[in-house]
Design a protein around this ligand. Structure first.
Ligand code: PHE
Length: 439
């Protein structure tokens, strides 16, 4: 896949690449803190509902657009229809830049935490002290920006050289460690309150803001609405069974998010943290869990390294959207595109990093810069992209894409009629409703 347009040799290779994009900080960092802030079990239920109806359908739509268009999102829409629809591709390119800018800041936090854990941070006696450690770290004017730079430099290197495959090999190991950490978290004294919180729904917590957050998170976690899956689909061979791949990727991603919930939330309650603590939740809770384990420092370091790797494979697919656009449409070389786009996105991320410290007071639309970028991307751009992608497949290129999405033997997959109804009616109406009520 490095130079020129390649394609995936096997279906498994494609599923792993798409899962590499989907599984990342969205699962381990964002899902637990959103669930924590939005009532736990109710959030989980609404989230699962969205993932297995709208989410999986839009993913399949993106794979199909990518394979039919054989291009970056802008090129794919231009090739399949052109006109105003090309704008959906541009929206994706812009969305990728916005997401990667703050994603890289959090990616930097994971690298920093790998270093700090290895260097002996876990010797803090009181679990509550980890909150202070995190607060002081993100408020530092320089350190988090240097780690953000390190994360972006690695992303650029991976995209420029096309060595993403090597990273993906490490992901099964992350899975194993997450399972071990779940076991530790679930057996902590006082874990039961967290399990109840995560599994026992309190429907009085069902609010509009929560529904918006759940749908936004479904799109964020599955890497939908901005062209990552279109771009991956463009490298797809004619033989791959798309619907089965979408089911695999969606299921894997969801499994890891749920495991992450079981890893974080019981510990949050056991240690008496605030489940609504926001973006720092995983970073204050996990060190406290490691401190309660044999070989905690070793485990903790390995965990943060692997989390950084999972974040890199997601960051790869974000930068890849912009790079594929610059290579296909503007004729840049891959290395030049990776370098310039990555550098610009790094700069865009700096205010996000500073918004936890020096620029904390600066509010736009009542939100800090980091929060604003996240909101604009997850709750606006991805959802808008999702509506348009569903409409495109449902109404604009329907017969052709439907045929492309058929099995190798030319038959449609079993749930094709349901997919069509979701793309035509359910997804556009539901997403539009959430989007408008959210604004
Ligand atoms: N899905 C990734 C995660 O969960 C983030 C991402 C969003 C990647 C959108 C690509 C596109 O971490």
């Amino acid at each position: 896949m490095a130079g020129g347009r390649g394609s995936f040799a096997s279906r498994l290779g494609f599923i792993l690449a798409a899962a590499g994009s989907a599984v990342g900080l969205g699962n381990v960092w964002k899902f637990p803190y959103l669930a924590g802030a939005h009532g736990g079990a109710v959030f989980l239920i609404v989230y699962l509902g969205f993932v297995f109806t709208i989410g999986i359908s839009v993913m399949l739509a993106e794979f199909a657009i990518g394979r039919a268009g054989e291009k970056n999102p802008v090129g794919a829409f231009k090739h399949l229809k052109g006109g105003a629809w090309t704008g959906v591709g541009y929206l994706g390119v812009v969305g990728s830049c916005v997401i990667l800018s703050f994603y890289s800041v959090v990616g930097g936090w994971t690298i920093a935490y790998a270093v700090k854990t290895a260097a002996g941070m876990l010797s803090l006696a009181d679990a509550k002290a980890f909150g202070g450690t995190f607060g002081a770290f993100v408020a530092d004017p320089l350190q988090p920006i240097l780690y953000h730079l390190a994360f972006m430099a690695m992303t650029i290197a991976i995209v420029a050289r096309g060595i993403e495959r090597a990273c993906r090999l490490l992901m099964p190991l992350l899975f194993v460690i997450v399972v071990v950490l779940c076991a530790r978290s679930l057996t902590l004294l006082g874990a039961m309150a967290g399990i109840k919180f995560f599994l026992n729904p309190d429907f009085s917590k069902l609010t509009g803001a929560m529904v918006t957050a759940a749908l936004g998170q479904a799109f964020f976690s599955l890497s939908l609405g901005m062209g990552s899956m279109i771009t991956l689909g463009s490298y797809l061979s004619r033989q791959t069974h798309l619907a089965g791949s979408a089911l695999w990727v969606t299921s894997l991603d969801t499994l890891i998010a749920i495991l992450a919930g079981f890893m974080i939330l019981p510990a949050v309650f056991a240690f008496g943290f605030d489940p609504g603590a926001g973006p720092g939740l995983s970073f204050i809770t996990l060190p406290a869990v490691f401190a309660k384990m044999p070989w905690g420092a070793g485990f903790g370091t390995l965990f943060f390294v692997l989390l950084a790797v999972a974040a890199l494979t997601s960051a790869f697919s974000l930068l890849e959207v912009v790079v594929a656009f610059l290579v296909d449409e503007k004729g840049w070389t891959r290395a030049k595109a990776a370098y310039w786009a990555g550098s610009a996105i790094f700069l865009l991320g700096v205010p996000s990093s500073l918004s936890f410290g020096a620029w904390e007071e600066l509010k736009l639309f009542g939100k800090g810069f980091f929060e604003l970028m996240d909101y604009a991307a997850s709750n606006v751009m991805l959802l808008l992209g999702g509506v348009l992608i569903a409409l495109f497949v449902g109404w604009v290129v329907s017969p052709r894409i439907m045929a492309e999405t058929a099995h190798r033997d030319g038959k449609l997959f079993r749930l094709a009629p349901a997919w069509r109804v979701i793309c035509r009616y359910v997804a556009p109406l539901a997403i539009a409703w959430v989007l408008i009520s959210g604004l």
